[in-house]
Design a protein around this ligand. Structure first.
Ligand code: NAD
Ligand code: ZN
Ligand code: ZN
Length: 341
C-alpha cells in the first residue's frame, strides 16, 4: 500500500511498498478516509522532535473499519470512526479516566500513530485497540479527521478555562491556523467572552473575523501589545490561548493576560519564558496542555454533528505530502490540509 514515510531529518518520501497490516487480538484495521496535516509534523520533520525511527506520518486520522482482530466487539466493517491520537497504556489512572494524553507511561514508550508508530497517511492504518476509536455516525471521515487534533486540542484547552470565559471578559487567540481557526468557533459557541485574534497576515485576520473574532490584531505590529491593551482596558484578557508558542508570542501573552488569568501555551514553537516575579500578574496560571481526552473527543464530535464547528479543509493526495508541508511552512494553508488516499 501507499504511505507517507518519515525517514529522518527533513526526509519524507511517499512509498508504495508497505505491506497492509493484518489486525490481531484487540487491533483494528482502518481504511483511511482522511489524514490531517498538523504543524506538529513539521516539528518532527524539521526539528527532529521524534528521532531514530522510520514510520508513516499522520496523527489526525479518520476512516472506515476494514477488519477487526478476534477480540474486538461492537464494530463492523464500514463503520465510520475517528482515531484518538495519543495512545496510552490503557491501564493507569489517567488512561482509565480517558486522559491517555497524560498517561503515566508517556515517557517510556513511542505512542501514537504518526508520532513514532505508523500513522494514517496511508491507504490503511492499524490501531492497537478499539478503545482508541470514536464513532462519527453520519459525519464524513474525509472531513472529520482534523476533529481528532485541530479541534480536540483547542477544545480541551478552552474547557479547562471555561469558568473564566464569561461575557464580560476578553480572550486572546494567537495564531489562526489549523488549531486556531477551530478555537475561535469553539469559543464563539461555548463561551461568552469577547474574542481578540492575532495572526501575521491580513488573510488570516479577515478569516478570524468571519469565525467570530470581535477584534483582530497583526502580532507583527510593533505596538500589538498596546493595541490589545487598548481594547481590554485595565482589566486585560482573562484567558490567552497561544497556538504558536514562540518566544515573541509568549511574551505578548504575559503582557496582555489579566490578574488571576490563564496563559495557555498550546503551540510547540520552541519559545522560551524566564519567570520573574514582576513579569507576570499575580494569580496567573501558565499551562502547556497536550491534546485532550477520549471523552472530550466524543464531545467534539457532538459539536461537529450539531454544525457548531466547521473545519475549513483543503483536500490533497498522499503523493502531494511534501508540497503540502512546504505550503504549511510558509503559512499558506487556510484552515487544515487533509491528505486523502
Ligand atoms: P498552522 O501552521 O496551521 O497555524 C499556525 C498559525 O500561526 C498560522 O496561521 C500562522 O500564520 C500563525 N502564526 C505564525 N507566527 C505567528 C505569530 N508570531 N503571531 C501570530 N500568529 C502567528 O499550525 P497548527 O497545526 O494550528 O499548530 C499550531 C501549533 O500548535 C504548532 O506549534 C503545533 O505543533 C502545536 N500543536 C500542539 C498541540 C498540543 O497538544 N499541545 C497539538 C497540536 C498542535
Ligand atoms: Zn497535531
Ligand atoms: Zn496509561
Amino acid at each position: 500500500m501507499k504511505a507517507v514515510r518519515f525517514f529522518g531529518h527533513k526526509d519524507v518520501r511517499v512509498v508504495n511498498d508497505i505491506e497492509r497490516p493484518v489486525p490481531k487480538g484487540d487491533e483494528v484495521l482502518l481504511k483511511i478516509g482522511g489524514a490531517g496535516v498538523c504543524h506538529s509534523d513539521l516539528h518532527i520533520i524539521d526539528e527532529g522532535t521524534v528521532v531514530g525511527t522510520v514510520f508513516t506520518l499522520g496523527h489526525e486520522n479518520a476512516g472506515w473499519i476494514e477488519e477487526v482482530g478476534e477480540n474486538v466487539e461492537g464494530y463492523k466493517k464500514g463503520d465510520a470512526v475517528l482515531v484518538y491520537g495519543p495512545w496510552g497504556c490503557g491501564h493507569c489512572k489517567p488512561c482509565q479516566q480517558s486522559k491517555e494524553n497524560y498517561c503515566d507511561h508517556q515517557s517510556e514508550q513511542a505512542y501514537g500513530g504518526g508520532l513514532g508508530l505508523d500513522g494514517g497517511m496511508a491507504d490503511y492504518m492499524l490501531v492497537p485497540s478499539s478503545r482508541l476509536l470514536v464513532p462519527i455516525f453520519d459525519l464524513d471521515p474525509v472531513i472529520a479527521a482534523p476533529l481528532t487534533d485541530a479541534a480536540l486540542t483547542p477544545y480541551s484547552a478552552i474547557k479547562r478555562s471555561l469558568p473564566k470565559l464569561m461575557a464580560d471578559e476578553y480572550v486572546v487567540v494567537i495564531g489562526v491556523g489549523g488549531l486556531g481557526h477551530v478555537a475561535l468557533q469553539i469559543l464563539r459557541e461555548i463561551s461568552g467572552a469577547e474574542i481578540i485574534a492575532c495572526d501575521v497576515t491580513e488573510d488570516k485576520l479577515a478569516f478570524a473575523k468571519q469565525l467570530g473574532a470581535a477584534y483582530v490584531i497583526n502580532s507583527k505590529d510593533a505596538d500589538a501589545t498596546e493595541q490589545i491593551q487598548k481594547i481590554t482596558g485595565i482589566k486585560k484578557a482573562k484567558v490567552v490561548l497561544d497556538f504558536v508558542g514562540a518566544t515573541s508570542t509568549i511574551d505578548l501573552g504575559t503582557k496582555v493576560v489579566s490578574l488571576d488569568g490563564d496563559l495557555t501555551i498550546v503551540g510547540l514553537g520552541g519559545g522560551h519564558y524566564q519567570y520573574s516575579m514582576n513579569g507576570l500578574p499575580f494569580g496567573v496560571s501558565m499551562t502547556n496542555p497536550y491534546w485532550g481526552s477520549r471523552t472530550e473527543l466524543m464531545e467534539v464530535v457532538g459539536l461537529a454533528r450539531q454544525k457548531k464547528i466547521h473545519i475549513e479543509i483543503e483536500k490533497h493526495k498522499l503523493d502531494d505530502a511534501n508540497e503540502v508541508y512546504e505550503r504549511m511552512r510558509q503559512g499558506k494553508i487556510k484552515g487544515r490540509a487533509v491528505l486523502i488516499p
